[in-house]
Design a protein around this ligand. Structure first.
Ligand code: KIV
Length: 272
C-alpha cells in the first residue's frame, strides 16, 4: 500500500538529526489552524508545534493551564489538513501526563489525530514516561528550562538556569531524558552559554526559544512573530511582519531565512 502525499518533502526526526550533524539550523513555529499550517510549511518551516500556548493566543486565557487534550486534538486536526510536509509536534497539556498510564492514553489520542511527536514539559521525573512512549513508537520532545505549565511553581515567566547549580542540574536532566529515548529537546528561556552547552552535549537536536543562537533549531509562537499578541513582547521575540513588504507570507519566509542563516536570534533577543 502506498502512502498518500501531495508534498514534495516530508520532515521526520531523522531529518532533524541529519541537520544537526551537518550543523544546519532548522526553523519551527507554532500553528493552530489550516491556513497558517499551510503557509508556514510552504515557507519552509521544518517543525510545526500545536502548542498549549493556544490557551493564550487562541482562547485568551492568561496561561496555558486551562488547555485540555481535546483542545489540542482539535487543533492537531486543523493543522494536519493544512500541513505540507512539516513534522507535527503536539503538546501534552497541563496535568495530562500526571501518571504513566494517562501519558500513554493521552499521547495516543494526539497521535491518532495526526501528531507525529508529543512534547512534555518537565525534567528527569519524565524519564520513565519518555521510555514508555518511545518503546511504543511515540517520539518524544522533552521541554526544559522555562516550562510555562509550572508558571505558578516557578513564580512567573523567568529565565531559568542562571544559578550554576541549577544549570548543571538542567544539563544532567537533559542527558537523562536523552538516555530515556527523547528524540528532541526544547529549551526555553535560558542563558546563551547554557543553551550552547546543552546543545553541544546532546546528540539529539535541541530547539531553542530564548535560549540563544547556538541551539540546532529555533521556535517561536506564530502570534508573537507576527506581533499579534497584545502587551509587551518577551525579549526573545522578533516581529517579522512589521515593515515586511511581502506581508504575512514574507514574514514566514524571512523567519525561516533568518534562522537558517543564523541572524535570528540576534544578541538583543538573548539572555546572558
Ligand atoms: O506551547 C507552546 O507554544 C510552546 C512554545 C513556547 C515553545 O511550548
Amino acid at each position: 500500500m502506498s502512502t498518500q502525499s501531495t508534498t514534495t518533502r516530508s520532515v521526520t526526526i531523522n531529518t532533524l538529526t541529519e541537520l544537526k550533524l551537518k550543523a544546519e539550523k532548522f526553523a519551527c513555529l507554532t500553528a493552530y489552524d489550516y491556513c497558517n499550517a499551510y503557509a508556514i510549511s510552504t515557507a519552509g518551516v521544518e517543525v510545526i508545534l500545536i502548542g498549549d500556548s493556544l490557551g493564550m493566543v487562541i482562547q485568551g486565557h492568561d496561561s496555558s493551564l486551562p488547555v485540555t487534550v481535546d483542545d489540542v486534538a482539535y487543533h492537531v486536526r486543523c493543522v494536519r489538513r493544512g500541513n505540507q510536509g512539516a513534522l507535527l509536534m503536539a503538546d501534552l497539556p497541563f496535568m495530562s501526563f500526571y501518571s504513566e498510564m494517562k501519558t500513554l492514553e493521552n499521547a495516543a489520542v494526539l497521535m491518532r489525530e495526526g501528531a507525529q511527536m508529543v512534547k512534555l514539559e518537565g525534567g528527569a521525573w519524565l524519564a520513565e514516561s519518555t521510555r514508555l512512549l518511545t518503546e511504543r513508537g511515540i517520539p518524544v520532545c522533552a521541554h526544559m528550562g522555562l516550562t510555562p505549565q509550572s508558571v505558578n511553581h516557578l513564580g512567573g515567566y523567568r529565565v531559568q538556569g542562571r544559578d550554576p547549580a541549577k544549570a548543571q542540574l538542567m544539563i544532567d536532566e537533559a542527558l537523562i531524558l536523552q538516555d530515556a529515548g527523547a528524540s528532541v529537546l526544547l529549551l526555553e528561556c535560558v542563558p546563551v552559554d547554557l543553551g550552547r552547552t546543552i546543545t553541544e552535549k546532546l546528540e539529539i537536536p535541541v530547539i531553542g526559544i530564548g535560549a540563544g543562537p547556538h541551539t540546532d533549531g529555533q521556535i517561536m509562537v506564530l502570534h508573537d512573530m507576527l506581533g499579534l499578541y497584545p502587551g509587551k513582547a518577551a525579549k526573545f521575540v522578533r516581529n517579522f511582519l512589521s515593515g515586511n513588504r511581502d506581508g504575512v507570507q514574507g514574514a514566514f519566509r524571512d523567519y525561516v531565512g533568518a534562522v537558517k542563516s543564523g541572524t535570528f536570534p540576534a544578541p538583543e533577543h538573548c539572555y546572558t
